[in-house]
Design a binder for this molecule. Structure first.
Ligand code: GDD
Ligand code: MN
Length: 372
């Protein structure tokens, strides 16, 4: 029989005195045939969890880390990872909402080749026990938002699970800096993960005590997701595109201002004065997008791309005008909201079409032009 990998299981605790003996016993029962260590990371809980953990360390293969100057679930898990000796690292809550009996199954998935094995509430066979509709909705909504914004976690149904195992290599030389407490999100977004497996489980009610997490964590979660999003290439590209577009608005309005306020075009010439700004800003947008936003997608000649960009830009101008007209006249929307909505639609159109057509990938044999 091949010898099983050494597992280091991190158990973060804050005021878990009542739960700890039970979870320790259940972990031991579940893993008695495996070579494992448990690392309890306690943040100097006022209820004496640290002392209790130390007494358990005489019975089970447990190490205790007591942090005196730090608080927080995610950083506690990272401290545990730092001390872990195992080839496989794992995380489980101390309050028995995560059934330790599932660990061997997770371990088997890792042994069968998964880089990360996640205990999942959101695959068939999994679920949550006695959650209010509101809590279910918040959890589902947060999960859906994360999966929408972060392509790297899309393949996972429960990326916010706090119960998972991973191969040590996944986070080797990776700088993990989670904001809030969703450590798995950080691992999936930054780690070297090619194969992920999910195993169903039911998230139980807390055995003793109360959850330590509050509304602030919802805000932390949003910040975390958006911070991770800026690492994703295509999202960065879109942000660049929006920035260039914003610059274009400046160019457009600047030229209009010069023509009407300095050169003295006014009255019925106003309409004429609008056109040069539009034309010039489309060209400046094109150049900036070509040398910055889409630098890595410049196939073929710039002269072929310029007319495409102009054509793509002409359509949303028409869309914008008609949307603006329709929204203000027919639906009687406030004009600024209507303008904003029209700009959003035009930006999405512009980005999509330019991505798919003007800077279309690799349709010619020419390699991308190297950045200037
Ligand atoms: N060391 C340390 N420091 N541990 C903490 C801290 C802290 O500041 N805050 C919480 N913990 C420990 C708790 O003692 C518990 O073992 C575990 O982290 C989870 O905390 P709970 O307060 O029970 O969180 P929850 O039940 O609301 O959320 C859990 O479920 C989510 C859904 O699966 C967590 O496991 C989340 O990670 C998980 O996403
Ligand atoms: Mn809990």
């Amino acid at each position: 029989m091949p010898s099983p990998p050494l597992l280091s299981l991190i158990v973060p605790t804050y005021n878990e005195r009542e739960n700890l003996p039970i979870v320790a016993e259940r972990i031991h029962k579940a893993l008695k045939n495996y070579d494992y260590e448990v690392i309890i990371v306690d943040d100097n809980s006022p209820d004496g969890t640290t002392q209790l953990a130390e007494s358990l360390a005489g019975i089970y293969p447990i190490k205790v880390i007591c942090r005196k100057n730090e608080r927080g679930l995610a950083s506690a898990v990272l401290a545990g990872f730092d001390h872990a000796k195992g080839e496989v690292l794992g995380v489980i809550d101390a309050d028995l909402q995560h059934p330790p009996e599932r660990i061997p199954e997770l371990l088997r998935e890792i042994q069968a080749g998964a880089d990360v094995a996640i205990a999942s509430r959101y695959i068939p066979g999994g679920g949550v026990e006695d959650w209010s509709l509101t809590r279910r909705m918040i959890s589902k909504g947060a999960t859906a938002l994360g999966r929408l914004i972060l392509p790297s976690i899309r393949r996972v149904k429960d990326p916010l699970s706090g119960f998972f195992l991973l191969k040590r290599e996944v986070i080797q030389d990776v700088e993990l800096k989670p904001i809030g407490y969703k450590i798995l999100l950080e691992v999936l977004a930054k780690g070297k993960v090619s194969k992920v497996k999910e195993v169903p489980y039911t998230f139980k009610e807390r055995l003793w005590g109360e959850s330590n997490l509050d509304l602030r964590e919802e805000v932390n979660y949003l910040e975390h997701v958006f911070t991770l999003a800026t690492r994703e290439k295509e999202i960065r590209r879109f942000l660049k595109f929006c920035l260039v577009g914003l610059g274009g608005v400046g160019v457009n309005m600047g030229i209009f201002w010069l023509l009407t306020r300095v050169a003295g075009l006014s009255g019925s010439y106003n309409l004429v004065a609008v056109i040069p700004g539009i034309v010039v800003s489309i060209q400046s947008n094109f150049i900036l997008n070509d040398i910055w936003t889409f630098r890595d997608r410049r196939y073929g000649s710039m002269r072929a791309r310029a007319p495409k960009f102009n054509l793509v830009s002409a359509v949303p101008a028409a869309i914008q005008l008609s949307m603006f007209g329709g929204l203000t006249q027919i639906v009687e929307m406030h004009d600024l909201w209507a303008l904003l909505l029209a700009i959003v639609v035009a930006t999405l159109w512009n980005f999509a079409l330019n991505f798919l057509w003007t800077w279309r990938k690799g349709e010619t044999e020419q390699a991308p032009v190297s950045p200037q």
